[in-house]
Design a protein around this ligand. Structure first.
Ligand SMILES: NC(=O)c1ccc[n+]([C@@H]2O[C@H](COP(=O)([O-])OP(=O)(O)OC[C@H]3O[C@@H](n4cnc5c(N)ncnc54)[C@H](O)[C@@H]3O)[C@@H](O)[C@H]2O)c1
Ligand SMILES: O=C(O)C[C@H](O)C(=O)O
Ligand SMILES: [Mg+2]
Length: 657
């Protein structure tokens, strides 16, 4: 009886659906199917682009073939490696099974990766709520969406990948970029963070997985700088803003995949039962392009994004040093761009170095007397010494002589030891800081002297690490720093993530003594020194600058990001800390204040852009209006604050097209 009942119900349901489909063919709940000559049965879809990827019924993720990607405007919205469904499942299963092991990022937070997954799912489901949670709990969750956990996320990104975020421009897309950039459905993009994955934090070449760092940096652009990520179309009406399904995120993470030289990510076949499955990595399975071929890809990308969004700002992130400086020189005078690792880091380090001078109870003007040993001569280390040298020269009167003499305050040590003018094949970017061999000899040093020898002989005021080598400031090196001529030496262990820090604050305070200044790139807890005393562990990370540099540039409408704008940003950060705080060893603010700091930094950038006559205005504030605003510091701050987006649910009303 019940069987008969079920059959009758199924038959009448089928009749109802057929009848409906005869009257209105689009009303069938399942898509209509046809059989082609080859026997495939295509399915008609009435969606394209991201709408397909966000539809669980149609989405195939990385299994969309290249022809399908072109047919459906998906090119660039997925990582470039087209996978079979077996590869997809294998990738998923490997990730699922290693969850336990990979969830650990050292003893500090065994649940960091699990927290990232939960937050990421919230980001996919409800952006407003995601950013509300992030802003309200920034101290707790910045270390999850950003450094250090973002490093672990990048290392595992191929496994963690679920819903794509951002765009992928690959070497295979040469000749297509100008058209594929239109696959991103937003008519306005304010901020792009782009990486080629070649040097992610201190973790090396992570290939396509590096997109995680661009996503993390943009989270801070939204949370700290209040760059509006949402799909709002500004309308002619003061009463209503039109939101449209076709307007997507105005912050865009980008991965330029030119291959990888990380062999682990290249065609590592894995065995599955009797058959072998090719790499489960999401990236191009080839070695990195180099030379002119590489530059041609980056040029094509820049042309494409600036053609579609002429007002966009592009932040270059985690490019290996070999390209970081060259690309910066190539575009910085013609495009709204900057390199965070070179310029953002330099600004943060300058603010920290000036803070360290103040913390010694000396006036900032004494900065040119500081002896600074820098371990690491990559994009970050060289960026810092260049900027510090310029700052010293300015303090000494900005003459050529001052600029020339300032370089003698730095000793740069890389993987091959102290850099001197005897170094063969010296990197041209490091050349100005190569020590004169004779003079080094008089100090008891030579080409290639070890870090410990340099610290012992120079007795520096500051020991700064941007080497990416965890533990480089060994017991021996820190013991040597006890001989510093400074009453309060500064130790900056700036490499990321946590395990790549040159030393921990516990090591620094316990070996060098209580009377030091300590800063690190990734967050560490303060150290209990006993007797109610606290050893402050400052976080010296470019996160205190890049959001303000981007926001200030956007709000000023400057066509380029000048040295002066970057310098103004660094100086504002340096001035943020009070005398009292600095004397207690707090040279950087807590991250809970990041929104306020970013406002200040952005205001300084706007003021400088106006001062240099670079500001062209933003939206309905033109250059002249900006000039007026900039006559009063309070007004600039108000202008910036009022332009910062805060996550609030809008009231939604349905409107027929
Ligand atoms: N705190 C921050 O805001 C911040 C900003 C940017 C970069 N960083 C960190 O700085 C590190 C380096 O970045 P990069 O772009 O300059 O990398 P890079 O690979 O270009 O440079 C690393 C440099 O360290 C040198 N080095 C390697 N081993 C060494 C050793 N044993 N002793 C001395 N020097 C050694 C290398 O020779 C090279 O010059 C990374 O860990 C990155 O996370 C931190
Ligand atoms: O990403 C960070 O935390 C800082 C910096 O940009 C880095 O490359 O380490
Ligand atoms: Mg970086």
């Amino acid at each position: 009886m019940s069987n008969f009942y079920n059959q009758t119900r199924a038959a009448s349901s089928l009749m109802r659906r057929l009848k409906r489909s005869l009257i209105n063919p689009t009303a069938v709940t399942r898509p209509r199917c046809f059989t082609t000559a080859e026997g495939h049965r295509p399915t008609l879809v009435h969606k394209r682009s991201l709408d397909i990827l966000h539809d669980p019924w149609f989405n195939k993720g990385t299994a969309f073939s290249m022809t399908e990607r072109d047919r459906l405007d998906l090119r660039g919205l997925l990582p470039p490696n087209v996978m079979s469904s077996e590869q997809q499942i294998e990738r998923f299963m490997v990730d699922l099974k290693r969850l336990e092991v990979q969830a650990r990022d050292g003893p500090s937070d065994p649940n960091a990766l699990a927290k990232w997954r939960i937050l990421n799912r919230l980001h996919d489901r409800n952006e407003t709520m995601y950013y509300k949670v992030l802003i309200a709990n920034i101290e707790e969750y910045a270390p999850i969406v950003y450094t250090p956990t973002v490093g672990l996320v990048c290392q595992n990104y191929s496994g963690l990948f679920r819903r794509p975020r951002g765009m992928y421009f690959s070497a295979e897309d040469r000749g297509e970029m100008m058209s594929m950039v239109y696959n991103w459905p937003a008519d306005q993009v304010d901020m792009i963070v782009v990486t080629d994955g070649s040097r992610i934090l201190g973790l090396g070449d992570l290939g396509v997985q590096g997109i995680g760092i661009a996503i993390g940096k943009l989270d801070l652009y939204v949370a700290a700088a209040g760059i509006n990520p949402q799909r709002v179309r500004y309308s002619f009406s003061y009463l209503v803003s039109f939101a449209s399904e076709n307007d997507y995120d105005r912050v865009l993470p980008v991965m330029i995949d030119v291959g990888t030289n990380n062999e682990k990510l290249l065609k590592t076949p894995c065995k599955k039962g009797d058959h072998t499955i090719l790499s489960t990595d999401l990236g191009l399975q080839q070695h990195r392009l180099d030379g002119d071929e590489y530059i041609a890809v980056i040029d094509e990308f820049m042309e494409a994004v600036f053609t579609r969004w002429p007002n966009v700002i592009v932040q270059f992130e985690d490019f290996q040093s070999k390209w970081a400086f060259k690309l910066l020189q190539r575009y910085r005078n013609t495009h709204r761009m900057f390199n965070d690792d070179v310029q953002g880091t330099a600004g943060v380090a300058i603010a920290g170095l000036l803070g360290a001078v103040r913390a010694q109870g000396r006036p900032m003007i004494d900065f040119p007397k500081q002896k600074i040993v820098v371990a690491g001569a990559g994009s970050a280390g060289i960026g810092v010494v260049n900027a510090a040298r310029k700052t010293m020269a300015r303090m000494l009167g900005n003459t050529e002589l001052a600029f020339d003499s300032a370089k003698s305050q730095f000793w740069v040590v890389d993987a091959n030891g102290l850099i001197t003018d005897e170094r063969e094949n010296i990197d041209p970017d490091a050349l100005p800081f190569a020590r004169n061999t004779n003079e080094a000899g008089r100090q008891g040093l030579r080409e290639g002297s070890s870090l410990v020898e340099v610290v012992r002989q120079v007795r520096p005021d500051v020991l700064l690490g941007l080497s990416g080598v965890g533990g480089l400031f060994s017991k021996e090196v820190l013991e040597a720093l006890k001989g510093s001529t400074s009453a309060k030496p500064a130790i900056f262990a700036m490499s990321n993530p946590t395990k790549n820090a040159e030393c921990t604050p516990e090591e620094a305070f316990s070996i060098v003594g209580d009377n030091i200044i300590f800063a690190s790139g990734s967050p560490f807890r303060d150290v209990d020194l006993g007797n109610g005393q606290i050893g402050h562990s400052n976080q010296g990370n470019n996160m205190y600058l890049f959001p303000g540099i981007g926001l200030g540039t956007l709000l000023s409408g400057s066509r380029i990001i000048s040295d002066g704008m970057l310098q103004a940003a660094a100086e504002r950060l340096a001035a943020y800390m009070t005398e009292d705080e600095v004397l207690k060893g707090m040279i950087f603010p807590p991250i809970s204040k990041i929104r306020d700091i970013t406002k200040e930094v952005a205001a300084a950038v706007v003021e400088e852009a106006v001062e240099e006559d670079l500001a062209e205005g933003y939206r309905d504030i033109d250059a002249r209006e900006l000039q007026k605003i900039c006559q009063n510091e309070e007004e600039v701050l108000e202008y910036v604050e009022n332009s910062m987006w805060s996550p609030e649910y809008p009231i939604l009303v349905y409107k027929r097209d």
